[in-house]
Design a protein around this ligand. Structure first.
Ligand code: FDA
Length: 475
C-alpha cells in the first residue's frame, strides 16, 4: 500500500473531479486523484468499433455551456457541429412516420397551440428561478409537491400536448417517468439550460461535439496534471475525517490530505464508509437523489443513407420505443452513425429481453422512422451505464417528488473538510459536463480560499478558470 500526503485528495476522475484537481494544481496545491475505474472520464467514455467512433456517454455541448467552453479553450480543444441538414421525422400516435421541417411537431394546430402554452408557462417559471437555489423559487414548495405529469395536465387538457412537452424533460433529460419527479425539478432542468425554449430546441441543446470526443477532455486534463497524480483502479471505500483533514483509503493508495473533494454521483455517496459517520442531514438527503435510466443506442451503417433521402437523421416519437434519434457520425468518418435513446420504463422492458430479441426490437424501432435500411447496421451497441458499478444509471441523478426544496439546500454544504462536487449538484449545466466543470472549479475555489485564509466569492459561477479570477478569490 502506497501512502501519500497532499493538500487535497479528489475522489473520482470524471470531469468534475479532474477539473477540481486541475485548478488546485494550477494554484500550487498538491493533489492526488483516486479513481475506481481503469480509465478517466466517468460518464464520458469513447470506443472505436469497426472504425466508427462511438461516444458511449456524454458528448454534446450547447452554446450556453460556457464553463465547459472555457475549459476546452484553455486546453486547445476544438468542437464541430452536429449534422443538422435536412428534414426531421415524427412518429405519430398511429405509428406513421411524418416528415417535417421547422420547430413545431406535425400535429393538429390546437395541439401545437397547447404545446406552446405549456412551453411558455415553463419559460416563465424558469425565468423566476436561480438554478443554484431552486428551493428559493417563489412557488418552490407548491411546484415540488406536484408531479410534472400532473402539473402538465393541470394546465392543459390536450393529452398529446402534455405527452410531447413531457418528453423533453422526462424521457429526454431526467430519464424518469414524469410521474416520479416534481414540476420544480422540471423547472430546474429548464432554468439550468437558460430556458425551456433552449431545452426543446435540439439544434441548441445538442449543438456541437468535441474534436477528440468528450472523454478526450478528461484525458487531456489528466495528461496536463502529469505523472503521480491520478491513480486508477483505486475505489475509495473508506474516508476518515477530522478537524485537520482526511485519510482516503483507495485500493492500493491511501492519501492523507487537508481537504477532500468527493466528485462522484450522489447515488454513490453511501458506497463510501465515512469515519465518523456523516451528519443526520446528509444521511437523509443522500437517500433522495437517484439515477435515471436510459439506453443510448448506437447503430453504424456503411453510409449515412438518410442524408441521401434529404433527412437529417433527427427523429422524435413521444410514444415510440426509441423516443429520439440523431445522426451521430463522427467528424471525418464516411460511415453513418445513428444514436437513439430508450428511456425509463421502456428501457426496463428492453433489458428483460434476450440479446437477439432486444436487438430486433430496437432496430425495428429505428426502422419505424427511417425505413428498412436501418435494420442491418454493421455495428450495434447499447450503452449500459446502469450495469456499471461506479455509475448505476444514466444520465444523472435527480430528487424524488418533494425532495428538491426539502433536501436541496443541504446538497452543496461542505462537511468539515469534505466537499461534494458533480454535475448532479450544479445549477447552470445541471446534469451536463458543463455543470461538472463549473462545480469542480467552484469546489477548488472554496478550498483554495479556505487553505489560504481568504474569502470565497459566493457569486463565482465556475465559468472562468481560477488563474483568471485568482485576484477575486483572494480579495
Ligand atoms: P462522473 O460520473 O462522470 O465521474 C465520477 C467518477 O467517480 C467516475 O469516474 C467514477 O468511476 C468515479 N467513482 C465513483 N465512485 C468512486 C469511489 N468510491 N472511489 C473512486 N472513484 C469513484 N452530458 C453532456 O453535457 N452532454 C451529453 O450529451 C450527455 N449525454 C450523456 C449520455 C450518457 C449515456 C450519460 C451516462 C451521461 C451523459 N451526460 C451528458 C452527462 C455527463 O456525462 C455527466 O453529467 C458528467 O460526466 C458528470 O461528471 P462528474 O464528474 O460529475 O461525474
Amino acid at each position: 500500500m502506497e501512502h501519500l500526503e497532499r493538500d487535497v485528495v479528489v475522489i473520482g476522475a470524471g470531469p468534475s473531479g479532474l477539473t477540481a484537481a486541475y485548478e488546485l494544481n494550477k494554484a500550487g496545491k498538491s493533489v492526488a486523484v483516486l479513481e475506481a475505474r481503469d480509465r478517466v472520464g466517468g460518464r464520458t467514455w469513447t470506443d472505436v468499433m469497426d472504425g466508427a467512433t462511438i461516444e458511449i456517454g456524454g458528448q454534446w455541448i450547447s452554446p450556453d455551456q460556457s464553463g465547459l467552453y472555457s475549459l476546452i479553450e484553455e486546453l486547445g480543444i476544438e468542437t464541430f457541429e452536429r449534422y443538422k441538414v435536412g428534414k426531421s421525422v415524427y412518429l405519430n400516435e398511429q405509428g406513421e412516420a411524418v416528415i417535417y421541417s421547422g420547430e413545431d411537431f406535425p400535429v393538429a394546430q390546437n395541439t401545437v397551440a397547447q404545446m406552446n402554452k405549456l412551453i411558455g408557462l415553463m419559460n416563465d417559471l424558469a425565468a423566476q428561478m436561480n438554478p443554484d437555489k431552486p428551493w428559493e423559487h417563489p412557488q418552490a414548495e407548491e411546484l415540488d409537491k406536484i408531479s410534472f405529469h400532473h402539473f402538465l395536465r393541470q394546465n392543459s387538457n390536450d393529452e398529446l400536448a402534455c405527452n410531447n412537452v413531457g418528453l423533453f424533460i422526462a424521457g429526454g433529460m431526467l430519464t424518469k417517468p414524469a410521474h416520479t419527479f416534481s414540476a420544480l425539478q422540471a423547472v430546474l432542468m429548464a432554468s439550468s439550460a437558460g430556458s425551456f425554449d433552449n431545452l426543446v430546441d435540439e439544434d441548441f441543446i445538442l449543438d456541437r461535439r468535441i474534436v477528440g470526443t468528450m472523454q478526450g477532455v478528461s484525458k487531456t486534463v489528466a495528461e496536463r496534471l502529469g505523472e503521480g497524480i491520478v491513480f486508477l483502479d483505486n475505489p475509495v471505500l473508506k474516508l476518515e475525517w477530522f478537524d485537520g483533514g482526511v485519510v482516503a483509503h483507495g485500493q492500493s493508495v491511501t492519501v492523507s490530505a487537508k481537504k477532500v473533494v468527493v466528485a462522484i454521483p450522489p447515488n454513490l455517496y453511501s458506497r463510501i464508509s465515512y469515519v465518523p459517520a456523516l451528519p443526520r442531514k446528509q444521511h437523509v438527503t443522500h437517500q433522495h437523489q437517484s439515477m435515471g435510466l436510459v439506453i443510448k443506442v448506437h447503430a453504424v451503417y456503411d453510409t449515412p443513407f438518410w442524408r441521401e433521402e434529404g433527412l437529417s437523421g433527427t427523429c422524435f416519437g413521444p410514444d415510440a420505443l426509441v423516443q429520439e434519434l440523431y445522426d451521430n457520425t463522427y467528424i471525418g468518418e464516411s460511415t453513418g452513425t445513428l444514436v437513439g435513446f430508450i428511456s425509463d420504463a421502456k428501457a426496463d422492458a428492453m433489458w428483460e429481453l434476450d440479446d437477439e430479441a432486444r436487438r430486433a426490437a430496437i432496430l425495428k424501432g429505428i426502422a419505424a422512422y427511417l425505413g428498412e435500411k436501418a435494420l442491418d447496421p454493421k455495428v450495434f451497441y447499447l450503452s449500459d451505464f446502469a450495469a456499471e458499478e461506479w455509475t448505476r444509471g444514466a444520465y444523472a441523478t435527480s430528487y424524488d417528488l418533494g425532495g428538491l426544496h426539502r433536501f436541496g439546500p443541504a446538497q452543496n454544504q461542505n462537511i468539515g473538510p469534505i466537499y461534494f462536487s458533480s454535475s448532479d449538484l450544479a445549477g447552470e449545466g445541471f446534469q451536463h459536463v458543463d455543470g461538472a466543470v463549473r462545480m469542480g472549479r467552484r469546489s477548488a475555489a472554496r478550498i483554495i480560499a479556505e487553505l489560504d485564509g481568504t474569502s470565497y466569492d459566493e457569486s463565482y459561477d465556475g465559468v472562468q478558470t481560477l488563474t483568471i479570477i485568482e485576484d477575486k478569490v483572494s480579495a
